[in-house]
Design a protein around this ligand. Structure first.
Ligand SMILES: Nc1ncnc2c1ncn2[C@@H]1O[C@H](COP(=O)(O)OP(=O)(O)OP(=O)(O)O)[C@@H](O)[C@H]1O
Ligand SMILES: [Mg+2]
Length: 253
């Protein structure tokens, strides 16, 4: 599973002064690829366009210019042919689950959507075990779980359909550091076991460097730097260096 993002641009209308409408470019001519089985990090400050770009890559939003190709096919065609080929975990896990569904129903939802109900309960139990949740969670409702537990449910739901590609948009940002570490470990394991291709979106460079093979730095709608996680210290752009300075305080001493 490889992804090519080619010359993507996107603007949003903004209300200017005196109700004058103007357009603001949020994504500015972005081109990059994600290799098969790669975990690519996308780092940028709040408002830099990370979620917009993620939605465009998943085909949830149309770009103004450019195209997204999955395994050489336009995203819209690929999504139609490969039902369940891609999934997403958002930061706001509380609003991405239906509060009146039990955990069982939440995890079953994408499987049923692709018409796959064979050994459903057995597989839900397996998925719960993979993300480290007890079997008893199946009968619970979202409000009965902690943030970290509910985020695990979202990850279980995202991997239920055995996707080839997962976008994690700030999926662990709002969790405690210890829970973040556990979930990073889990994502790492899944990557090894299921050969998933990841786009890991974050504003936290440390988490991304921990999980990803390569990191792209998004700044004001443009990719300003690309670096292998192993060679982050070589980054040149000021914004990348600033972020690096905050996670590697002893660098250069
Ligand atoms: N549907 C929309 N309509 C108008 N403007 C939008 C829309 N979605 C996003 N924007 C604007 O586009 C810019 C980029 O937003 P985006 O959500 O992609 O940033 P982000 O990098 O994901 O930020 P964060 O780290 O806070 O999640 C912001 O200025 C935002 O206000
Ligand atoms: Mg965002």
């Amino acid at each position: 599973m490889f992804v090519n993002i080619v010359n993507i641009s996107k603007s949003y209308k903004t209300e200017g002064r005196f109700f004058r409408k103007s357009k603001r470019k949020v994504i500015d001519d972005i081109t990059f690829s994600i290799k098969k089985g790669e975990c690519l990090g996308l780092i940028g400050e709040s408002g830099s366009g990370k979620s917009t770009l993620s939605r465009i890559i998943l085909g949830l939003e149309k770009p103004e210019q450019g195209k997204v190709m999955m395994e050489g096919e336009p995203i819209s065609k690929w999504m139609k042919n490969k039902k369940g080929g891609a999934s997403v975990v958002f930061q706001d896990y509380t609003s991405s689950v239906n509060p009146s569904f039990t955990i069982r129903d939440i995890i079953a939802e994408p499987l049923l959507a692709v018409g796959d109900n064979k050994n459903l309960d057995e597989r839900i139990n397996e998925l719960l075990a993979i993300v480290g949740l007890p079997h008893a969670a199946v009968h619970k409702y979202p409000h009965e779980l902690s943030g970290g537990q509910l985020q695990r449910v979202c990850i279980a739901r995202a991997i239920a359909i055995k996707p080839k590609f997962i976008v994690l948009d700030e999926a662990i940002s709002s969790l405690d550091v210890s829970v973040q570490a556990q979930i990073l470990e889990l994502l790492h394991q899944l990557k090894e076991e299921m050969e998933i291709t990841y786009l890991f979106v974050a504003h936290d460079l440390q988490a991304a460097a921990n999980l990803c093979d390569r990191i792209l730095f998004l700044y004001k709608g443009k990719i300003v730097e690309e670096a292998d996680s192993a060679n982050l210290a070589l980054a040149q752009h000021e914004y990348a260096k600033k972020l690096l300075g905050s996670v590697m305080p002893f660098q250069g001493q």
